[in-house]
Design a protein around this ligand. Structure first.
Ligand SMILES: [Ca+2]
Length: 382
């Protein structure tokens, strides 16, 4: 592994030890290169990456660096496994937040999951409650310990001393161009942005599991849990200029949920990680049926992670301004997507001005290839 630094201080990691030459653009505009790599990859057929052209081989070896913010419960744990075991990325840090469970429990769960993966990634504990609201957990969905109450042992490691929001700032500042993946309420990210708004420009992608764009929510008719839990934080993130990619709850239901055959397939790998992934979601499996009437295991965070690892899993997307409802009791935490792009017209301009002036359009994902996301999951559990 070799790090190279650009004139702007950006560092990218190249697996090749030396002897590469792809011109001056990589050195001068590495962030642009990373984004170009993602878009080229989405346009090219898989075989193209096996092409013998030296520059393609070198580009393929650029290893994106991930920072993961998580309220670690049962589906977060599976998403962490996918990231920590991926040979294509490196996880720089995990930050934990109150959400599905209290932040102390989500930190223990993140540390335990990292241990299962043999990973020594630093884990930083973050916010104990949303920015201005009381914390409301999701024990009923994930179990009291967030992992289905199977009595997993405490982790051997402790979290780092630095608070999560500070760790987010320092990690982004020392690794501009990294990919951020958020799997819980956005409190830590909002706190980091409030202290250092400039970090938004140094993130190449911000993949957010959250929201119910133009459809029903899972915690209220209007809202998905991560956004509903701390809507003020979500609004700050969507108005920050971060390059948000929204993986909504609608992508994680129906055919995206693991059905009985999928669960049997995963268990047939007969690995400790596959057994853990299914077992720790035992309560979530029951709760998903109570909630939706649908059988199976819905895994929103792993779906989001599969898209973070490989954006070509997305089959339909479009870019829009998105804002979050924070005032209404009825629609608290609703992800309001300007799907018809009317925010700039006379009727809407005044209300949408803060989003249009401070925020960037978010990529809203509408459909994914369910089989490919499941293959990404299986690859981690085998
Ligand atoms: Ca989560």
């Amino acid at each position: 592994m070799k790090s190279i630094s650009s004139a702007r201080g950006l560092r990218v990691e190249i697996e090749a030890p030396s002897s590469f030459s792809i011109g001056t653009k990589q050195v001068l505009f590495p962030l642009r290169l990373l984004r170009a790599l993602q878009s080229w990859e989405s346009l090219l057929p898989r075989q193209a990456w096996r092409h013998s052209r030296a520059e393609f081989v070198i580009l393929r070896r650029v290893k994106p660096l991930f920072l993961i913010d998580t309220d670690t419960a049962s589906d977060d744990a599976v998403a962490l496994i996918m990231a920590l075991l991926s040979p294509h990325i490196r996880v720089l840090a995990i930050t934990t937040v109150a959400g599905n469970v209290a932040v102390q429990q989500s930190t223990r769960n993140a540390l335990y999951t990292a241990e299962l993966c043999g990973a020594d990634v630093p884990v930083f504990m973050g916010a104990e409650k949303p920015l201005i609201r009381a914390h409301e957990s999701a024990h009923w969905f994930h179990g009291r310990d967030g992992l289905g109450d199977h009595g997993y042992p405490p982790p051997r490691r402790a979290p780092e001393k630095q608070p999560a929001a500070e760790a987010i700032i320092s990690t982004i500042e020392s690794h501009p161009g990294l990919v951020m993946v958020t799997l819980g309420p956005l409190t830590n990210v909002a706190l980091a942005l409030q202290r250092k708004p400039g970090i938004a420009a140094s993130v190449s992608r911000c993949v957010v599991m959250g929201g119910a764009p133009c459809c029903e929510g899972n915690v209220t008719p209007a809202a998905e849990y991560n956004i509903w839990c701390d809507p003020e934080a979500a609004r700050i993130v969507l108005r920050s200029g971060l390059p948000v990619e929204l993986v909504g709850w609608h992508l994680c239901r129906g055919g995206a949920a693991l059905n009985v055959d999928d669960i049997d397939h995963a268990l047939s790998f007969n690995t400790a990680l596959a057994r853990f992934a299914i077992e720790c979601n035992s309560r979530a499996r029951e709760a998903y049926f109570e909630q939706t009437g649908e059988h199976g295991i819905s895994l929103p965070d792993p779906v989001a992670m599969s898209v973070a690892l490989d954006p070509t899993i997305v089959t339909q997307q479009s870019e829009h301004y998105v804002d979050i409802e924070t005032a209404s009791e009825l629609t608290r935490g609703m992800t309001v997507v300007d799907r018809l792009n009317v925010s700039a017209n006379d009727r809407n301009r005044a209300v949408w001005a803060p989003v249009m002036s401070k925020g960037a359009k978010a990529k809203v994902y509408w459909t994914i290839d369910n089989q490919r996301w499941k293959e990404a999951l299986y690859a981690a559990l085998r």
